[in-house]
Design a protein around this ligand. Structure first.
Ligand code: ATP
Ligand code: MG
Length: 147
């Protein structure tokens, strides 16, 4: 049996969203899949930039949307694979980004627009949902917050 926990945050700025991401990143051990959802501009990429910081990625400021490349990989003690699933339709599409290999290699994987892939339910899934709550206000809920 696994214990699951859900945590809810309210963020007032991009910096705060990044700090919440960093808090999560510091708890990762590699092999996790972060399923990141939320509307356009909700802060998915900003949050993942924070995760990169928490993971001690060498250059966390270089985190940007993999809109054209579909996948970015950032080097660090635990590397981060950052995937944009906006145009994906099935888990098979993820393989084009080396998803299973990344998990096998012990990387952390963050998938933006994970809800575009209905048949995706990885073993070590952490669900992150961001929603707009004002100009600079966001609600962030994280399910299966790691122990
Ligand atoms: N509290 C906040 N948290 C995160 N971003 C915020 C916040 N307040 C304002 N913003 C702004 O909202 C935008 C979020 O952009 P970001 O690229 O992270 O969104 P996204 O969810 O990845 O969008 P997309 O769907 O286009 O990939 C940034 O311009 C950021 O400065
Ligand atoms: Mg984005």
């Amino acid at each position: 049996l696994t214990t699951s926990s859900e945590r809810a945050f309210s963020s007032q700025s991009p910096q705060e969203t990044r700090e919440i991401g960093a808090e999560l990143g510091r708890l990762l051990k590699g092999g996790e899949t972060l399923l990141i959802t939320g509307d356009l501009g909700a802060g998915k990429t900003v949050f993942i930039g924070g995760v990169a910081r928490g993971l001690k990625i060498a250059d966390p400021d270089s985190v940007h949307s993999p809109s054209y490349t579909l996948v970015n990989r950032y080097d660090g003690p635990i590397p981060l694979r950052h995937i944009d699933a906006y145009f994906m339709r099935s888990a098979e599409d993820l393989e084009l980004c080396g998803y299973e290999d990344a998990l096998f290699l012990g990387e952390a994987v963050a998938i933006e627009w994970a809800d575009r892939i209905p048949d995706l339910s990885p073993a070590k899934a952490i669900r992150v949902h961001l929603s707009l709550a004002g100009l600079e206000q966001r609600k962030i809920s994280i399910a299966n917050w790691p122990a």
